[in-house]
Ligand binder design. Structure first.
Ligand code: GLC
Length: 532
């Protein structure tokens, strides 16, 4: 179906990283009941689509992204009843719920992998990707993991290597095996029958691998000790990810989702906009997350490029899902310079995202203007990135709900990650009580997006402006403009000021008696004008 008939065309998303959202059973780890407890916070913010990260039984080598059973709930997170309750309470507030499907890999502890180990001649062996050692008894090809190091681990019991694009604890499934496709059809239906509204597909670009598992062309010397990104960039990724046969899987899933009016959004982690666009073709995923924003500097040309390029390539059938922050990257205010300036820049950037075609998501705590939390070396939990700058712990520290012990995240002082050095003014309760808080600003942005139909449907037209520091575009009658520089700019106003990132702009807006009006747009701020 095309056009604007799908419910997700009007959605504003919110991502919950479950281990860090809210703990209700005192084990220092977030849980599903914690999400239910705070649904009013989300309803008040105005979001209507909730994405919850994995809650399946898991050894937690990657905090739930190593799944040991796709059709159950880990006791640390709750049980199926707690899940059903969350779903019902979210729906009662007009909030749809999508869950994280992790199809690229299972946990080593998944019964399929255990069966493959126990019986290499049996049916489960071919659920995974096994190869004999190379002639020098090393790994079968030159692929490297997203998390650094080789993608192959030798299993002494079988004498073969198994493939894992992530941790060794996350063996990759063999998506060329029809039995795996059937298993996942059942898994999708299990959750859709419970009433969920769709799936976020983890690592969507990686499911199918080259049939012969050929080595990737090598661009430069690979150092096993280099940062994981550098290791990854030492190769041209032509055989390990983005294989065209993956589309058939997405199409199959879209067919199932259609029966339930459910939504499929991919973690389409590919930074080349052309290849990103290719992933979204052919009636497969309804939308894909674009990760360009995580890579840019605070610079007008880079911002324009990262906002424009994915839209230019995604076509009209699928949507770009926008995120400025996530559980995997430093938070936007930290990336954009930290402190108050970083927070202002991040809000201005998110304002641009919310005014573009597509589907904007906020990451928990973004609405509080949070920078990355501080995690001392002895408290680090992420298995990825020994170095603090590469670790994902900083963007995963617990949500600060209210002043007091553990900032209201947990009754336990012994939380899985430390509080990150938050202050009372970072907390949701303090900010919600104020009209001049980050929460108040993000809430007004979410509501602005939701009440302006043109932001959801009008064509996008980029505007060229005299100053090189301005990013500006039009959506119907709305003109959106951000000042990326440090110096204030005088902006002529032909119409009504309908949204500003700071009340200072409104205060300074004085229509002149001669009819010509202008406004001063401070550095790192944005505004929206309804033109007449
Ligand atoms: C995705 C998740 C990330 C996880 C990885 C492996 O990138 O966002 O948190 O570690 O997949 O499942």
């Amino acid at each position: 179906m095309t056009g604007s008939t799908h419910w997700w065309h009007d959605a504003v998303g919110y991502m919950v990283y479950l281990p860090s959202f809210a703990d209700t059973d005192g084990d220092g780890f977030g849980d599903l009941a914690g999400v239910t407890l705070h649904l009013d916070h989300l309803a008040d913010l105005g979001v209507n689509l909730l994405w919850v990260t994995p809650f399946y039984p898991s050894p937690m080598a990657d905090f739930g992204y190593d799944v040991a059973d796709y059709c159950a709930v880990d006791p640390r997170f709750g049980d199926l009843d707690t899940f059903d309750h969350l779903l019902a309470e979210a729906h009662a507030r007009g909030i749809r719920v999508i869950i994280d499907l992790v199809p690229n890999h299972t946990s080593r502890q998944h019964p399929w992998f255990q069966a493959a180990l126990a019986d290499p001649g049996g049916p489960y062996h071919d659920y995974y990707l096994w190869r004999d050692p190379a002639a020098d008894s090393g790994p079968p090809n030159n692929w490297v993991s997203f998390f650094g190091g080789r993608t192959w681990t030798l299993e002494p019991g079988t004498g073969q290597y198994y493939l894992h694009l992530f941790l060794a604890e996350q063996p990759d499934l063999n998506w060329r095996n029809p039995a795996v496709l059937d298993e996942f059809d059942t898994i999708l239906r299990f959750w859709l029958e419970r009433g969920i509204d769709g799936f976020r597909i983890d690592a969507a670009q990686t499911l199918i691998k080259d049939a012969d598992l050929r080595s990737n062309p090598q661009i430069r010397r690979w150092e096993s000790t280099a940062a994981r990104g550098e290791q990854w960039d030492s190769f041209e990724h032509v055989h390990d990810i983005l294989q065209p046969e993956t589309h058939a899987i997405f199409q199959r899933w879209q067919g199932i989702c259609q029966e339930y009016d459910a939504f499929l959004v991919g973690e389409t982690y590919v930074l080349d906009p052309q290849r990103f666009g290719d992933l979204l073709q052919d009636e497969g995923l309804h939308a894909g997350f674009w990760f360009g924003p995580m890579q840019i500097q605070w610079q007008a040309a880079q911002i324009r490029q990262t906002l424009g390029a994915p839209l230019a390539h995604a076509g009209t059938r699928a949507r770009v899902a926008w995120l400025a922050s996530s559980q995997d990257e430093p938070r936007a205010p930290t990336r954009f310079g930290g402190g108050e300036l970083g927070r202002r820049r991040a809000f201005t950037f998110v304002t641009l995202l919310f005014c573009l075609p597509g589907l904007p998501f906020l990451y928990q705590g973004e609405e509080l203007g949070l920078v990355d939390g501080i995690v001392p070396p002895e408290c680090r939990a992420d298995p990825v990135g020994a170095d603090v700058t590469l670790s994902r712990d900083g963007c995963r520290t617990p949500m600060p709900w209210r002043p007091g012990p553990a900032f209201g995240f947990s009754d336990s002082e012994d939380t899985w990650l430390p509080d990150g050095g938050r202050t009372d003014s970072d907390t949701a309760s303090v900010q919600r009580a104020s009209t001049d808080s980050w929460f108040a600003r993000y809430r007004s942005l979410v509501r602005f997006r939701s009440r302006e139909p043109e932001l959801r449907s009008a064509a996008l037209e980029w505007l060229s402006v005299d100053s090189g520091n301005v990013v500006a575009f039009r959506r119907g009658t709305l003109v959106i403009m951000a000042n990326v520089g440090d110096d204030p700019l005088e902006v002529p106003i032909d119409g009504e000021l309908v949204f500003t990132t700071t009340p200072l702009i409104v205060d300074a807006h004085r229509p002149s008696s001669a009819g010509a009006t202008h406004v001063v747009l401070p550095g790192s701020e944005a505004l929206v004008i309804r033109t007449t």
